[in-house]
Design a binder for this molecule. Structure first.
Ligand code: GDP
Length: 418
């Protein structure tokens, strides 16, 4: 009865930082594309008329059309990626399902994830999967079917199966969050391959640990490897199965303090990715199973629990929500920075190059004009006209491009500082 209403999340989710930044930067690139097209058209007309513009110049400017197009393509596919790691059966799939508010990934006995599973949003309400190396959409209607489909494939543990789930069924998917579930870190010797293939573009890593045991060397090793390849990865540690502690209340505080201390020590002293104080904010004690059950109940319009749950359920449920909030803030900021900073640099570069070229052309017409002052009035007028046009256009382009570049920078730095 005391569940926070914020659990029914609205558009004030921190994920909107990313969503809005993506829209804005895309709009800016639409404008840049327009200006590049205009410039190309203008240069062509100059080239046809007189030899004011060289073929190389025209080609160079024209090549920006493809470049801008390429950036827009990448931009469209940019998303926020979170990857889950931990030993088999710690509850990775259950955590993802709890966050998605539905049993999407198969979990439990007989459903050991033996390859990488990526869950992402699909349009048009479709659900299907695509295995690595294929483009065939295999329809998926239910978890059972998905489990079955995954079993019948001969899948290598570093392979990726992409699961597309209707965007409108989950806000996180709608907002471009992509989830990656991994095989247990205890089953593979190929950590390097994993990291190169699936982790280098992850914005956030979640280590799903088992609150019933301590962090294992295999789990730690994985993150040691990650942090040699990525500077300061964003890591959250979920001590899952915390509901099990309810049966041993006499050790509860002691166990929690010990786990907390070791996790903080791991993040701050060993990996050196956070200060001890910041690391405190990255460690949570949760029960993914309870959270998933509660959310599925709520979705059916029933109370989140029927009173039969273990003691401390609400605290664990709040802690899960708290984790999600901090996770959302972290992932959207990280993704804006890693994805859009680069785009805005490239946009700025293109704008600068165009401006320079236009400046050079203007300069050239002015020289030509003074050299040819003696020629016929006709040509003189034509050149005058061209010069005027160029002046106008260059100034206009300069202003607009300048304005655009500043706008991108401002928005990116605002988003970053937010
Ligand atoms: P994975 O191999 O890490 O993906 O683990 P799964 O998500 O498949 O979970 C393994 C088993 O642990 C399943 O039977 C889950 O129902 C169970 N499980 C997951 N989370 C919890 C939890 O918080 N508490 C308890 N008691 N069981 C859990």
């Amino acid at each position: 009865s005391h569940l926070r209403s914020t659990d029914i999340r609205t558009d004030n989710s921190p994920l909107q930082i990313f969503v809005k930044a993506k829209k804005k930067i895309n709009d800016i690139f639409v404008e840049i594309e327009d200006y590049v097209q205009d410039t190309v058209g203008f240069m062509k007309s100059l080239q046809a008329e007189r030899n004011i513009v060289t073929a190389e110049e025209a080609e160079r400017i024209e090549s920006y059309v493809d470049k801008v197009h390429g950036i827009r393509d990448v931009l469209k596919r940019d998303h926020m990626k979170v990857a889950f790691f931990g030993r088999t059966s710690n509850g990775k799939s259950t955590v993802i399902n709890a966050m998605l508010r539905d049993k999407i990934l198969p979990s439990g006995i007989g459903h050991t994830t033996n390859c990488f599973l990526q869950v992402e949003g699909s349009d048009n309400g479709e659900s299907y999967l695509i295995t690595e190396g294929s483009t065939e959409k295999q329809p998926v209607q239910s978890v059972g079917q998905l489990g079955h489909a995954l079993c019948k494939e001969k899948l290598c543990e570093s392979h990726l199966v992409r699961i597309f789930w209707p965007k409108e069924k989950c806000l996180l998917l709608r907002d471009d969050v992509v989830f990656v579930d991994s095989p247990g870190v205890d089953v593979t010797p190929n950590l390097d391959e994993w990291i190169d293939k699936h982790c280098l573009d992850a914005d956030v890593f979640v280590l799903v640990a088992n609150a019933e045991s301590t962090l294992m060397v295999t789990e730690k090793n994985f993150f040691h490897k990650v942090s040699t390849k990525l500077s300061k990865p964003n890591i959250f540690i979920l001590n899952n199965r915390w509901d099990a502690s309810a049966s041993e209340p006499e050790f509860f505080e002691q166990v929690r303090a010990q786990h907390q201390e070791r996790a903080v020590d791991f993040l701050s002293r060993e990996l050196k990715v956070y200060t001890p104080k910041d690391a405190e904010e990255r460690v949570f004690f949760v029960s993914a199973k309870e959270t998933l059950q509660a959310r599925m109940q709520e979705q059916r319009g029933q109370p989140s629990h029927n009173g039969a749950l273990a003691e401390g359920f609400q605290t664990r449920y709040f802690e899960f929500q708290d984790f999600e909030r901090k996770f959302e803030e972290c992932i959207s900021k990280s993704a804006v920075k890693t994805k859009f900073e680069q785009h805005s640099q490239r946009g700025k570069h293109i704008a600068t190059e165009i401006r320079q070229t236009l400046d050079e052309i203007l300069d050239r017409t002015q020289k030509m004009k003074s050299e040819q002052l003696y020629v016929k009035k006709e040509i003189h007028d034509k050149l005058n006209y061209t010069e005027q046009q160029l002046m106008l256009l260059t100034q206009e382009m300069k202003d607009k491009i300048h304005h655009m570049v500043e706008d991108v920078e401002q928005r990116v730095s605002k988003a970053l500082s937010e």
